[in-house]
Design a protein around this ligand. Structure first.
Ligand SMILES: Nc1ncnc2c1ncn2[C@@H]1O[C@H](COP(=O)(O)OP(=O)(O)OP(=O)(O)O)[C@@H](O)[C@H]1O
Length: 751
């Protein structure tokens, strides 16, 4: 048995003290909840015969009290089994040294205000993640603080029991991290607050109002970090940015399920979680039947390359050239609208000149989207008409009064006088009500000349107009028009759609997010990012991705330069270390990375060893073979296992073959992962996921020496944490040569 830490007993007492205090609070908050409930019940009963406003007030106050007590109770219960995970012994300059225990939320002693637990997101906790021992500096709301860090200590606490205590300094390996990485056999992502590494901490806490772009290796924790940054953001800036104004854009519905449990664990609720496609459709009120994005990918995987036309159009739709052509197109439409303005008359009086209206439209309201400008002009006109009508009625009434006076007192001839006054009275009684009536409908009938358009119709008419705006050859124009007539909507059109909405109608308050987090950003085009940024009028974006996994690169980013141009204030960070995979697996995956055009540095796995990846030469995967293999993997203690195929067709075929005898699930977009099954998943859908062990197959088709295949294979190979198995008739199906096996000893061949 290993030696216990000399302070173990002391720490056990400290834990007992914390737990006791928490129990006491739990009892109190339970009492508070009950008393609030009782008060509400009483006030309800009193409603009928007491002054009801007083009872309502009572109900409201108690409801608020109830909510507070309940949320305190829930908070305490969430950390009951593991109140904290680390301690720093720290002295701020000019103050007494303190021992601060760091956990998922903070807890202060009600009477003494002593911090019993300090939140991991608090400024001082940064010292734990960032600080080396000795003299250190840290920021609190932009102010530099100095201090001295004497020690950092970590705890293993399970079910409220202290199991281990260890001090960490520069020389000790981070055992807690090692433990965290070697365990975990879940198909879901978890929070990592106790083992966040310094380079990850830097990204989580990087200036929150500044955009950040992270190029991170597979398994470097990008998704995890993005989620922790959200939690940190709300903790630090939640007062100014409510959770409803934060949005995380995930690559798929499937992925959202995969991250769903982490956010509540990190104390994050209510934030918008969606995909780019769903968000754009909601924000533009369009329901689109989008062509399956993977159709093109499948085409790419079968052919040498997408046919030049298709690739060219996809690239163009995601480019800033397309964006500037929309600007040109909209400028033309604006011109057309400008010509529609006429002088506006109330009865026979001109009450506003068209030049004034044009000036409002083109200059004064130019900062607004087109339809918003027209709506504003309508309001301006309405109040102007109201005003003018009043003036006019007053003026005319006065004019008729004077004329009547003149007729009554100026005309001697009684007949003439009568005729004149009657005429004047008739005329007045006819005209004034007409003015009154006309004024009511004048503006709305004037505004009818400006027809409203659906955003998606505008995009379609833009596409029809493009050939006259772009410098295309006849052949390009012809292929574009043929292409457009063959499809309805596809992922590539979403940028135009969102941008058009922003410029023409504006993004409604409900969809106007103020802070955006994007995972797998390498799959976005420059235009998609530009459209989001302009439409939302913010650059507070956290963007994480990996160019090596850019399997849609025919239509998305191939380098970061363009994104840096779009976000000139951005902080650019790279993460090279992989926390997911063993050294043995990463060494094989790195062979692929070396062959890629992106020139990305090799991934450094954290020091964790496992078995060599195994190559199983086989023409097919029979149920018997899979069963033996799965049993062997499970015997090593691994639970989450996936078979990753190259194509969706192969996945389906394998599923058909295995489902009768084995518990397998064919993973499809929009489905939940069933942890009790072995998953069968095509490589493009495996992106972002992780498993204990992965079996990569290339049975029906080979991974070719082609950028897209290399990326797909790289994605597949970087999914496992512990074991990688490759199954194909020949090792060349995985882009490896025999010498890699014999000379470099990278793989084990299992016959
Ligand atoms: N500091 C850490 N402590 C413990 N586990 C970590 C840490 N950082 C990352 N991990 C784990 O490493 C794995 C990979 O993390 P994550 O999925 O966030 O990486 P990623 O960069 O998004 O990967 P990919 O690009 O392959 O999708 C997860 O299991 C995560 O919990």
């Amino acid at each position: 048995m290993t030696q216990k830490h000399p302070d173990f007993e002391k720490e056990r007492h400290r834990l007992a003290y914390t737990k006791d205090y928490m129990e006491q609070l739990l009892v109190e908050s339970q009492r508070d909840v009950q008393s609030a409930q009782e008060n509400i019940r009483q006030s309800m009963a009193d409603l009928d015969y007491l002054d009801s406003s007083l009872s309502y007030l009572n109900i409201l106050t108690n409801a608020r009290f109830f909510e507070m007590a309940r949320s305190q109770r829930e908070g305490l219960e969430a950390i009951r089994q593991k109140p904290y995970f680390a301690r720093i012994h720290f002295q701020k300059d000019g103050e007494e040294a303190e021992e601060l225990y760091i956990g998922k939320t903070s807890l202060f002693h009600r009477d003494t205000q002593e911090p019993i637990i300090v939140d991991w997101r608090s400024p001082v906790a940064n010292v734990y993640y960032d600080g080396r021992l000795g003299d250190i500096e840290y920021d609190v709301r932009g102010e530099r603080n100095h201090g001295h860090l004497f020690s950092k200590r970590q705890y293993t606490i399970e079910d409220g029991e202290l199991l281990d205590v260890r001090d960490i300094d520069l020389t000790t390996n981070d055992e807690l991290l090692q433990e965290a990485l070697s365990g975990k056999a879940d198909v879901r992502l978890t929070e990592i607050v106790s083992t966040i590494q310094a380079e990850q901490n830097e990204i989580i806490r990087a200036h929150l109002k500044q955009p950040i772009i992270v190029q991170g290796a597979a398994g470097s924790g990008k998704t995890t970090i993005a989620l922790h940054r959200i939690s940190y953001f709300l903790y630090t800036m939640g007062e100014h940015f409510p959770a409803e104004k934060l949005m995380i854009l995930a690559p798929s519905q499937l992925f959202m399920g995969y991250i769903a449990d982490v956010l509540p664990e990190l104390g994050v609720g209510k934030i918008q979680q969606t995909t780019f496609s769903d968000y754009v459709q909601a924000a533009t009120s369009s329901k689109l039947k989008l062509r399956d994005a993977n159709e093109k990918l499948a085409m790419l995987m079968e052919k040498e390359a997408l046919d030049e036309q298709t690739a060219w159009i996809s690239r163009w739709k995601g480019s800033l050239v397309c964006k500037s052509l929309i600007d040109q197109y909209l400028a033309e439409l604006e011109k057309d609208i400008t010509h529609l303005f006429d002088d506006i008359y109330l009865e026979k009086y001109r009450i506003m000149r068209k030049e004034r209206l044009q000036q409002l439209f083109l200059t004064e309201f130019a900062y607004m989207p087109v339809e918003k400008r027209l709506a504003r002009i309508k309001t301006v006109l309405q109040s102007h008409v109201r005003q003018k009508k009043k003036e006019l009625l007053h003026l005319l009434a006065k004019k008729y009064d004077e004329a009547l006076d003149k007729a009554l007192f100026g005309l001697r001839d009684a007949d003439k006088r009568k005729e004149q006054t009657t005429r004047l009275i008739d005329e007045r009684d006819h005209r004034l009500p007409i003015i009154e009536k006309q004024s009511k409908t004048l503006v709305s009938s004037y505004m009818k000349r400006f027809t409203k358009h659906k955003t998606k119709d505008l995009v379609q008419s833009f596409y029809l107009a493009v050939p006259s705006l772009a410098n295309w050859t006849e052949a390009q124009t012809a292929s574009f028009l043929t292409y457009q007539s063959s499809i309805e909507w596809e992922n590539e059109d979403l940028a135009s759609l969102f941008y058009m909405q922003a410029k023409w109608k504006g993004i409604s308050e409900e969809h106007k997010m103020r802070v955006v987090f994007i995972d797998e950003v390498q799959d976005y085009s420059e235009f998609q990012l530009a459209a989001l940024k302009e439409g939302l009028e913010t650059d507070m974006f956290t963007m994480v991705g990996d160019l090596a996994q850019g399997i849609h690169s025919y239509r998305s980013l191939t380098n970061w330069d363009g994104v840096l141009d779009l976000f000139p204030r951005a902080n650019f960070q790279t993460l090279q270390k992989s926390y997911r995979t063993t050294i043995e697996i990463m060494t094989v995956a790195n062979q692929l990375l070396e062959q890629m055009e992106e020139n990305l540095p090799l991934v450094e796995p954290v020091v964790r060893h496992g078995i060599l990846p195994q190559f199983h030469p086989a023409d097919s995967l029979t149920p018997d073979y899979v069963k033996v293999l799965l049993d062997k993997i499970k015997a090593s203690g691994h639970r989450s296992i996936a078979i990753i195929t190259k194509t969706a067709v192969e996945a389906k075929r394998l599923y058909g073959q295995l489902k009768k005898t084995l518990a397998v699930q064919l993973l499809q977009e929009g489905e939940e992962i069933d942890p009790s099954c072995t998953l069968i998943v095509p490589s493009h859908l495996a992106k972002g996921l992780e498993f204990d062990a992965v079996i990569v197959t290339a049975l029906d088709s080979v991974y070719r020496d082609h950028p897209i295949d290399r990326k797909l294979l790289y994605v597949a190979m970087t999914r496992p944490m512990h074991e990688l198995h490759l199954v194909a008739p020949s090792i060349s199906h995985f882009l490896f040569t025999e010498s890699m096996i014999s000379d470099k000893n990278l793989l084990d061949v299992v016959s």
